[in-house]
Each structure stands twice: as C-alpha cells, then as structure tokens.
Design a protein around this ligand. Structure first.
Ligand SMILES: Cc1ncc(COP(=O)(O)O)c(C=O)c1O
Length: 416
C-alpha cells in the first residue's frame, strides 16, 4: 500500500479510512468476516495479471504452468477440507456458483424448490427479481408461523405436490441447523436433485459444528468469505459424476478467465480452515451466538425462532416501536454494524423491514468470547429498549471503544 499511497493518495486515503472504520466498530453483520493477512496478501498478489481461461492442463492461454499449480492446490485442499470427490474453485461469487449449479443440472423453465426469500432464503433461491425467479419455475418452502422453524414434513408435502427437479437447502437468514439428511430423503422420494447452498455455514461445517451436507447433496455451493473467513469468492463441490457438467457450466458456460489471485487466497483460507485453531474458532462462533442470543432474550428482545443453533439470529424489532432500518441506523451511530432484515411473515417492505440480523463470525475472529457477547448484548438492548438518549449512546460508544481496543483488528496494519 506504500506504493498506492505514493501514486494515488485519494484512493489510498479512503482505504485507510475503511481500515480505521473496521478497527473501531463492532461488526455483527452475519455474512462478513476478517480475512487473515496471509489471505489478503494472496488476494493482492501478481496472479491478478494472468489470464487462464480453461482448467488445469487445458488452458486457452500459455504461461499457465504455475497457475495450474495454484488451482490444483486450492482444489485438493477444499476437497480434503470437506471430504468431497470433486471441486470447482473458479466461481467469482456465491450467486455465480448457484447459477452454475442450475445451469449444469437444469433446463430453463425447470422447477426449483428453494427457501422463500422472505423466510431467510437467498435471492438466487428463486426470488422473482433474481435470474433464478425469472428463468426457472419456482416453488418455495418456508418456516412455520408459530415456531419460526422449517417443518420438514411440510417441506415434504410441497415437494410431493410440486415434483421439483431440484431442491435447494440453504439460507441467508435462518438461525437454525438444517437437516440435510431429511432434505436428501425428500429429494430422493420425488426424484429431485438436492443442492445445498452452505454459503453462510461453510466455516461451521469445516469446523464440525454443523452437519456436513457432503454425504447428502448432489451439489454443494458455497461462498468463501463468510464463516469460512477467506477472500470474497465461491466454490462448488460435487460427486465425480456431476463434476464435468459443473466445470462446463462455470467455464465456458458463465465465466471467462478465473481470478487466479483470488483462487490463491481461497487456497490459503482452505489451509487455515484445516488447522485445529479453526475448529476451536467455529465452536466459539456458535457459543458466542448463543451467549448473545440469551442476553438479548433476557433483556426482553424477541428473537425469530426463539434463539439460534448457528452463527446468526434475527431480532423482531417492531415491538420496540421502530423499524429494522431505524435500528440499523441507531446501532451504527453507536459503532455497532448490523443489517436490517425481513423477518418471516413480515408486513413491512424489504427496504425497511421489521427485523435486524446479527452474527458472531467477525467478532469471534477478533477473539471475543461469552463475556464480551454479554456486554455487547446488553449494549444493544440498552440502545433498542431504553429510551434512545445521549447518555445511552455515549455509554455504548465507550463500551464499543474499549472492546475494539482490547481485541485489536489488524494491529500492525497501516494500509494494506
Ligand atoms: C446462502 C447464500 N447464497 C449465496 C449468496 C451469494 O453470495 P455472493 O454475494 O458472493 O454472490 C449469499 C450471500 O449473501 C448467501 O447468503
């Protein structure tokens, strides 16, 4: 970054300010994390200069001997990490990985059964405004109104009635463990493929604190930048039988040249996720989420489904007389970043819904544990429950400042 600062102060200064923002705020955005310095280094390496359309040993450009080695390392590591038969590490993002999975297995207009966006599914699981909802015939399942949880017998009923060609299990805002075995039994019963999108929980699966989808799903897609703590990107796992179709769908089906610097950074992250410390990290994410959820509940806040099994939770904020958007803003003003989120059966629009989503992966990376989660839970409750006043915000800012000091992020980084 020294060079960037010399050549382009305008941009370097913004990145520096973003470093300070990340260092001095508490990040409870469930889909974010802090990649290691090693991951950041690989992501900013000179591999960005290379064009390598194609796959190992079959590139459409010369000079790819070393890129082949990089991609080979990434593939072998992710296969080992998740005990999978085949892997494609080229998808640029989770959305593109999902698009590739559909492209590999389905024809346009085929029926996909995914989790309703309103209940915690992702846009790419069939939202009408997304390519998935525009190009495929979508049926959705969701959570039960009384419990906020998925009822697998209800999922089975819908699948038997609708006979989808592909069922998607996976979510963006579902705080409970997914039963992949039950999903796979339903998929088999109705003759559907099962795709698991483990974008949010990949780190928990790698750390053995969430059931692995690998024995149950035909295809698994995932991002690399959420609980898995790698660079922004994605990968696809499958059996050997589906691997050729997946590879063709990614390239030349949907993408051109892979991002070789990002593939290198994914490889670094896969190695990190194989270490015993990562297993401890994944465990602590869940322990922290439970501690945070319990504190919020004790203080009278209402959580969708009553709690969490994983890294995230949803607070139904409407009882507090404010919208999710307002809650997001007042928390941000105190140095706590969360995102506004729809809750199941939400009467309010997505741009200003009834809930906020909180997650613990990033704070756990900073080293925080249960006592800090309780302090943060109480601070959030003070802000949301007690009358919003100067003194409460001042106290919250002090707590945030102390925690950020006690658990430094990228301590010796001036710029990256
Ligand atoms: C379950 C799930 N799948 C896919 C994606 C898409 O990932 P990306 O933002 O990299 O396209 C997300 C992102 O939030 C997600 O939560």
């Amino acid at each position: 970054m020294g060079q960037l600062f010399n050549e382009d102060k305008e941009l370097a200064e913004v990145i520096h300010q973003e470093l300070l923002r990340q260092q001095s705020t508490l990040n409870l955005i469930a889909s974010e994390n802090y990649a290691s310095r090693a991951v950041l280094e690989a992501a900013s390496s000179l591999l960005t200069n290379k064009y390598s359309e194609g796959y190992i040993g079959h590139r459409y450009y010369s000079g790819n001997t070393l890129v082949d080695v990089v991609e080979g390392i990434a593939i072998e590591r992710v296969k080992r990490l998740f005990n999978a038969e085949a892997a494609n590490v080229q998808p640029h993002s989770g959305s593109q990985a999902n698009m590739a999975a559909y492209f590999a297995l389905l024809k346009l207009g085929d029926k996909i059964m995914g989790m309703n966006l309103e209940h915690g599914g992702h846009l790419t699981h069939g939202a009408s405004i997304n390519f998935s909802g525009k190009w495929y015939n979508i049926v959705s399942y969701g959570v039960e109104k009384e419990t906020g949880k998925i009822d697998m017998s209800h999922v089975r009923e819908i699948a038997l009635r609708e006979k989808p060609k592909l069922i998607v299990a996976g979510a963006t805002a579902y705080p409970r463990e997914l039963d992949f075995k039950a999903f796979s039994e339903i998929a088999k019963e109705v003759g559907a493929y099962l795709m698991v999108d483990m974008a949010h929980i990949a780190g928990l699966v790698a750390g053995h604190v969430h059931q692995s989808p690998v024995p149950y799903a035909d295809i698994i897609t995932s991002t690399t930048h959420k609980t898995l703590r790698g660079p922004r990107g994605a990968f696809i796992l499958s059996s050997k039988a589906h691997a050729v179709l997946i590879d063709k769908a990614v390239f030349p089906g949907l993408q051109g040249g892979p991002l070789d610097h990002i593939i290198a950074a994914k490889a670094v992250a896969f190695r990190e996720a194989m270490q015993p410390e990562f297993v401890a990290y994944a465990k602590q994410i869940v322990v922290n989420a439970k501690a945070l959820a319990e504190t919020l509940k004790e203080r009278g806040l209402k959580l969708v489904s009553g709690g969490t099994d994983n890294h995230l939770m949803l607070i139904d904020i409407t009882e507090r007389g404010m919208s999710g958007g307002e809650a997001e803003t007042i928390l941000e003003n105190s140095g706590i970043t969360v995102n506004r989120n729809k809750i199941p059966f939400d009467p309010r629009p997505a741009r200003d819904p009834s809930g906020i989503r909180l997650g613990t992966p990033a704070l756990t990376t900073r080293g925080m544990k249960e006592p800090e989660m309780r302090a943060i839970g109480n601070t959030i409750a003070d802000i949301l429950i007690l009358n919003y006043s100067e003194s409460i915000i001042e106290r919250a800012k002090k707590t945030v400042g102390k925690l950020c000091n006690d658990y430094p992020l990228y301590p010796h980084m001036e710029y990256h």
